[in-house]
Design a protein around this ligand. Sequence first.
Ligand code: BGC
Length: 419
Amino acid sequence: MPKPTNELEFPVGFLWGSATAAHQVEGNNYNSDWWQWEHSDRRAEQLRKQNKKPEDYYSAEACDSYNRYEEDFDLLVELNQNAHRISVEWARIEPEQGRFDANEIGHYRKVLQALKRRGIKTFVTLHHFTNPVWFAELGGWEKNDNTSVFVKYASRVLAELGQWIDFVCIINEPNVYAGQSYVGGLWVPQRRNIFLAKTVELNMLDAHKRTYLSLKRLFPNIQFGSAHHVYKLDLQGVLKIFNGLADQFWYKRALDTQAKYSDFIGINYYTRQRMGLTSKRPYISKLPAIFKETDFGWEIYPEGLYQLLLQFKKYSKPVYITENGLADSRDVMRKDFIIGHLEAIHRAIQEGVDVRGYLHWSLLDNFEWAEAYTKEFGLVHIDRRNNFKREVRPSARIYAEICKTNKITAASEERVTHK
Ligand code: BGC
C-alpha cells in the first residue's frame, strides 16, 4: 500500500464517522422477517446440514445497542467522530400494517436526540435489509404495489423524526438485497430466481424515487440519498473488454436512476471481484486475489474505490462514503485498510470528485447477517461473553486522530500497536 509522504488534508467540514444498522446492533428485532427466518425450521435444517448450531446464528441481543446507545454514542465522541449512520427499524415502528407504535417512535426520537446533543450529524437509513413480517407476507419487494406501503412508512418517520435528521439513506443496497435473497438464495426469503431478483431491485429503486418525490418538497432541509453497494468487478484476460458492460449491469444503471432522485450519492465500497475464464465449469469464475484478503476473504483494493469515484463525477452531486470496512478480528489490517481507502478518496477529491464524508463500517462488531457473529467489522470489539463489554481497538485510535485533525499524517501511518 502506498505510504503518504506528505500530510493529506481533507476539505473543511468533511464528515468523519461510522455506520451501523438496526437489526445488526439493537437486538430482539422480533417483528422482522429476518428474526422469523433465524428461528425457522428451514434455517435450522440448513445450518445443521453444515454442522452448525442454529442458536449460534440467532441475532438475539445483537450488541444490545437498543439499550446501550448512550454508551455507544459516548464512544463516538471519544473517537472524535462528527457523523453517524444508523437505521430505524420498520418492524418496530410499524409492527402491524397501519399501526405505528408511539413507544418505538419515541425510542428513536431519544436515540436521535442523543446524537444531536453530542453535536453529531445524523444519517438515517429507512430500510436496511429487514422487513416487518406483515410486509413480507404481503409479497414484500416482489410486488410493485407494495412500494406505496413503504412510502407511507417513510412519510411517518420523517414527520415524527425529521427535525433530528440531517441525511436520509432511503434504502440500503437494493442490489445486494436482491442478489443475496433472490440470486444466491442465502438470505430470507431464499427464493432463487433471477427474474424475480431484477423485479425486486427495480421495485426498491422505484420506492427510492417515490419517497424522494413525495418527501423532498416537504423536508427541503434534509439531504436525501442512497447507500449503494459498488464493488469493482474486474474482468481479466479476454473478458476485459466486457468490463464496462459489467459495471453497467452491476451498479451503474441503478445508480443513474437513484442519482436523479437524490441530493447526494451514498456509496458502500468493500472490495473488488476478479473474474476470468477457467477451463472448468462454470468456465467464468472468481480468480485468486492479488492483494491481502480480510477475514471474509475479500481482497483489500483501495484503488477500486478511487476508480469508481472518478466515474461519479458525472452526477455533479456530493458523494458520501456511507460504508467501507473489513472483517478483521485481530485488528492487524484495519489501520492500513482505513488509511489506504482514505488516500484513494483524497486522490479522487484532488481530481474534482466532491466527496464530503467517510463513514466506516462499522462502529461495533455486530450481527453479520448469514455469518452471524463470526465476522468482526468493528472499530470497537464487543465481548459477547462479558456482558457486551465495548473495547476500542488500536486502529480506532489511529482513525480517531485522523478524524480530529482532518488529515492523514506520517504519524498516523506509523502509530499502531497490536496486541
Ligand atoms: C451491508 C452491511 C454489512 C456489510 C458487511 C454491507 O453490504 O450494508 O449490513 O454488514 O456489507 O458485509
